[in-house]
Design a protein around this ligand. Structure first.
Ligand SMILES: Nc1ncnc2c1ncn2[C@@H]1O[C@H](COP(=O)(O)OP(=O)(O)OP(=O)(O)O)[C@@H](O)[C@H]1O
Ligand SMILES: O=C(O)c1ccc[n+]([C@@H]2O[C@H](COP(=O)([O-])O)[C@@H](O)[C@H]2O)c1
Length: 229
């Protein structure tokens, strides 16, 4: 059988336990490696781009997955044209890894908007989707509605309890100086705080934020194509 890989794209500003749980359960359910793909320029967030630089988001994802087997972080999207269209990423990965079949992991809110993705019909011919449910977007109804727009779409639900947290909710709490209570692991929060001397407006507002004297490397200094991808 062809090797299989689960691709997990996201903004990850910041990555949180919802992301980690869905990746872990996807790994268990498929027995496939999960490749995390932080997006340098998320296509649906052009009006409100992530406050946290790409390098810092990559470093936070690495910290989140550290010690979890079957997970890798790919910076392939740093090499590809911007915005980071998934259809381009999948095409590049298929070219580099012929014979590997890819599944794309998303939340059901992303499934509900799949028809608005760049070249969505072509994307559905290249990958199938594994979907973690999010509140307000039940899998079956969302899938059915999207199949009427994208007839080649193939998606399956991921067996997962509803974890109703999001990066935007976390950013709001942190901006108000409220505790994150483990929703973002401490190792990840530390990286955020270290970056606060740079352009990370969220970390600047974060309680306990230091001077940023030990700030992480600047934008563009991420090693290209490290680990997976
Ligand atoms: N708690 C969650 N349960 C299920 N899917 C999730 C969850 N959080 C994020 N996802 C999915 O993971 C992918 C990447 O998410 P992203 O990095 O945008 O995080 P987010 O929490 O949705 O961020 P934001 O609130 O800033 O939009 C998306 O497909 C999203 O639907
Ligand atoms: O290709 C597109 O047009 C497209 C539109 C919206 C989202 N995506 C991808 O979906 C993943 C989750 O996106 P987001 O914005 O929820 O973090 C991430 O990998 C994005 O690049 C891709």
């Amino acid at each position: 059988m062809n090797p299989r890989v689960v691709l997990f794209g996201g903004t990850f500003d910041p990555p949180h336990i919802g992301h980690l749980l869905m990746a872990q359960l996807a790994h268990e359910e498929t027995q496939a490696e999960v490749w995390w793909l932080p997006a340098p320029v998320p296509p649906h967030k052009l009006d409100a781009p992530p406050a946290t630089p790409y390098d810092v988001r990559v470093e936070m994802v690495r910290a989140l997955v550290a010690g979890h087997s079957g997970m890798q972080v790919s910076t392939i999207e740093a090499e590809l044209p911007k915005p980071s269209y998934t259809v381009d990423t999948v095409a590049a990965l298929r070219q580099r890894h012929p014979g590997t079949s890819f599944l794309f992991l998303i939340g059901s809110d992303s499934l509900a908007a799949l028809d608005t993705w760049h070249e969505a019909a072509r994307l559905t011919e290249a990958v199938s989707f594994l979907v973690a449910v999010r509140s307000g977007y039940p899998f079956a109804a969302t899938y059915e509605r999207m199949r009427s727009k994208l007839p080649r779409l193939v998606a399956q639900p991921l067996e997962m309890p509803l974890i109703d947290v999001s990066s935007s909710w976390i950013r709001e709490r942190a901006a108000r100086g409220l505790p994150l209570c483990g929703v973002v692991p401490e190792a990840v929060v530390r990286i955020w705080r270290r970056a606060c001397g740079a352009s990370n407006s969220f970390a600047r507002a974060c309680s306990g934020c230091g001077s940023g004297g030990d700030a992480v490397k600047g934008e563009g200094s991420v090693a290209r194509g490290t680990e997976a991808g």
